[in-house]
Design a protein around this ligand. Structure first.
Ligand code: NAD
Length: 304
């Protein structure tokens, strides 16, 4: 088994090494490099665990004829070419639910932080400033929160928002079961009616730039966009233009089109924008669950 680390914050791997030893497997850990380094390290691997990079595309897969299972160390298959893997007989897996509550809580935290201007007010408090802000706070109870994508995370966000007394609208063209807290509406109605919009869709060809000039223009001028899904769902250029023109109340973002966020990114330095560096999933509990899920699936696969 080869684990392709991203930042190297998961060591030591004692639990994984012990669990794999029981099925006669061992673990090699490499730091994410380029595809060549991956191929070199994983030439004899039966299983690859992949955090973020490099991409497991057709070209790389063709150079790993022994590979039987590729597990994405997280939610989604962002960097695995699933079609090519399937065609080449490589099973793919991920850990879809290890951080559902964490991301939902992060979205809720961002939404509350922006409605109560916590970050802006903290800067004032730290400097001993005692004055009104540029805009009034917005009470969440009685406000309308639009949740886009009513899967695992979106549904949990809807329940949290409902517990705060918000009216929750939801849009999802696919979901078959929807929580009682949610009134299901069309996308345009949701955008026109919501004071806060929280996005929880996967990044696909349909959802890429779901938030573009036209969709952002449908939002209320005081409304706030919260994105903890994937950066590509929001066209940054359009978001920046809407914020510059005062056509949007603010944004709270955990994910970006380009990560890490470049130093000269125009979203930086704004009082009505909160930026967290793709940390929504992170908690000791989620990391523990993720590790157990990935290792457990591997052991099961190696046994069969
Ligand atoms: P999920 O698959 O349970 O739910 C996604 C929902 O989106 C589904 O119900 C689907 O029907 C719906 N959907 C698909 N296309 C849509 C569209 N065009 N409009 C509206 N709804 C649409 O996924 P999840 O576990 O809830 O994760 C949601 C998002 O959160 C994913 O993008 C995932 O990558 C992201 N995520 C982010 C972090 C983070 O660290 N910030 C961590 C985990 C997951």
């Amino acid at each position: 088994v080869v684990q392709v680390e991203y930042v190297g914050d998961l060591a030591p791997y004692d639990e994984e090494v012990a669990a794999l030893a029981e099925v006669g497997a061992d673990l090699t850990v490499i730091r994410a490099g380029d595809a060549d380094a991956l191929v070199d390290a994983a030439r004899d691997a039966d299983v690859i665990w992949l955090e973020w990079t490099p991409h497991l595309n057709r070209d790389v897969l063709l150079q790993l004829p022994r590979l039987g299972l590729a597990i994405r160390w997280g939610v989604g298959y962002d960097q695995i070419d699933v079609a090519a893997a399937t065609e080449l007989g490589v099973a793919v897996a991920n850990a879809p639910s290890y951080c559902t509550q964490d991301v939902a809580e992060h979205a809720a935290a961002l939404l509350l932080a922006i409605s109560r201007q916590v970050v802006y007010r903290d800067r004032q408090g730290q400097q001993g400033l005692w004055r009104h802000g540029p805009a009034p706070h917005r009470r969440l109870a009685g406000s309308t929160v639009g949740v886009i994508g009513l899967g695992r995370i979106g549904s949990h966000v809807a329940r949290i928002m409902s517990a705060f007394g918000a009216n929750v609208l939801g849009y999802d063209p696919v979901a078959t079961t929807v929580d009682a807290a949610v009134r299901r509406v069309g996308l345009e109605e949701l955008l026109a009616a919501s004071d806060f919009v929280s996005v929880h869709v996967p990044l696909t060809e349909t959802t890429r730039h779901l938030f573009d000039t036209d969709t952002l223009a449908l939002m209320r001028p005081h409304a706030v966009l919260v994105n903890t899904s994937r950066g590509g769902v929001v066209r940054q250029e359009a978001l920046v233009a809407a914020l510059d023109a005062g056509r949007l109340g603010g944004a709270a973002l955990d994910v970006f089109e380009q990560e890490p966020l470049p130093a000269d990114n125009p979203l930086r330095g704004r009082d009505n924008v909160i930026l967290t560096p793709h940390e929504g999933a992170n908690s000791p509990q989620s990391v523990r669950d993720l590790r157990r899920e990935v290792c457990g699936a591997t052991v099961e696969w190696l046994r069969t």
